[in-house]
Design a protein around this ligand. Structure first.
Ligand SMILES: Cc1cc2nc3c(=O)[nH]c(=O)nc-3n(C[C@H](O)[C@H](O)[C@H](O)COP(=O)(O)OP(=O)(O)OC[C@H]3O[C@@H](n4cnc5c(N)ncnc54)[C@H](O)[C@@H]3O)c2cc1C
Length: 295
């Protein structure tokens, strides 16, 4: 059985190592789980610094997130960072889940508020629950000081925020509550990320910021994501995606993300995070393009 190295991701980032991570989501059924684990195995030769596993929208994956996080760590030897959201949980339930994460040997948590349940446009905390991710970060810091904490950041603004300045102010509150690093929402235009990093710096946010990138599979998929998170779809990428057929094979979306990563690393980003969506081909193409294979 593999154990966590017990190192906080914030500490790894402090050492200046260029970090690479991949995100999975909890599969719906056993077959999906097998596929996800196979995908994860295909990344092993590229030695990700950690993999993360999301906490399903609506908070309904408490059991599956834990199950697959443990499998990825104990059986497959990955350093795993489970996500946790405030959706549908009281403060006491969150403490119990965090206790379970600690007992299972995880030492990093991605702390999120979560999205409103399907069909609702506004997030409403449940009685005894939290309104913002910063509340969860404070809870973790106070009760589990050894946990490394990641939080979400939004280069093109969180869709609910009235403007970028307010959003950055709220991000700063989250950081001051005890976050160690920020992973960003997906973006397709590096200029948006560069501006975000500079705005964070000017706002006094100095923890590392990991860019989050999605190798797009099709125009339909990208448009769906962009409408959810309000990321800008560059016309050039849209044009290329229009020309290409939806396919399981890595295409222009992987090439685009590879170019993004190359530029981001060239200008000194602390690493990159790939939204692999439990699929391997595009992510592998990016890693191969970067020459990441362990020798
Ligand atoms: C890297 C990453 C991973 C993710 N993983 C998951 C996942 O596993 N499961 C999932 O369901 N979702 C996930 N999400 C989506 C995320 O849950 C949504 O974007 C959600 O709408 C906001 O979560 P947050 O943690 O950023 O919230 P918050 O930081 O709480 O921000 C939410 C909104 O509230 C505002 N706000 C924050 N604090 C205050 C305050 N004190 N006063 C007033 N306004 C405030 C912010 O400006 C923002 O508009 C992820 C997002 C990212 C970037």
């Amino acid at each position: 059985m593999f154990m966590s190295k017990g190192e906080s991701i914030g500490k790894i980032l402090e050492k200046g190592k260029k970090l690479f991570s991949v995100e999975f989501f909890p599969p719906k059924d056993h077959a999906g789980g097998e596929r996800m684990l196979k995908t994860a195995e295909s990344f092993q030769p590229y030695d990700p610094d950690f993999v993360s596993i999301t906490y399903g929208a609506g908070g309904g994956t408490r059991v599956t997130t834990m199950h697959y996080a443990k499998l990825l760590q104990e059986e497959h030897g990955f350093e795993v960072m489970p996500h946790l959201t405030c959706v549908g949980h009281t403060r006491d339930e969150l403490l119990t889940i965090l206790e379970d994460f600690a007992t299972a040997g995880f030492c990093n948590i991605m702390a999120l508020r979560g999205d409103p349940p399907r069909g609702e446009t506004q997030f409403r905390p449940i009685e005894g629950g939290f309104s913002y991710a910063s509340d969860l970060v404070s809870l973790i810091r106070e009760n589990f000081p050894h946990f490394g904490i990641g939080v979400g950041g939004y280069p093109e603004k969180h869709p609910e925020a009235s403007n970028q300045v307010t959003d950055l102010k709220n991000l700063k509150t989250k950081v001051e509550a005890g976050a160690d690093f920020i992973t960003t929402q997906l973006f397709f235009d590096n200029q948006a990320f560069f501006k975000f990093v500079s705005d964070c710096k000017n706002a006094g946010i100095s923890i590392p910021i990991l860019p989050g990138l999605l190798p797009a599979l099709s125009l339909g998929q990208v448009k769906r994501f962009c409408s959810m998170c309000e990321a800008r779809l560059p016309p050039e990428l849209e044009h290329h995606l229009q020309q290409s057929q939806e396919s399981d094979q890595p295409g222009i979306g992987a090439d685009w993300a590879l170019d993004q990563v190359k530029e981001l690393l060239n200008v000194g980003c602390p690493g990159f995070h790939l939204y692999a969506l439990n699929k391997s081909k595009s992510t592998l193409k990016i890693l191969e393009g970067l020459g990441r294979k362990r020798s």
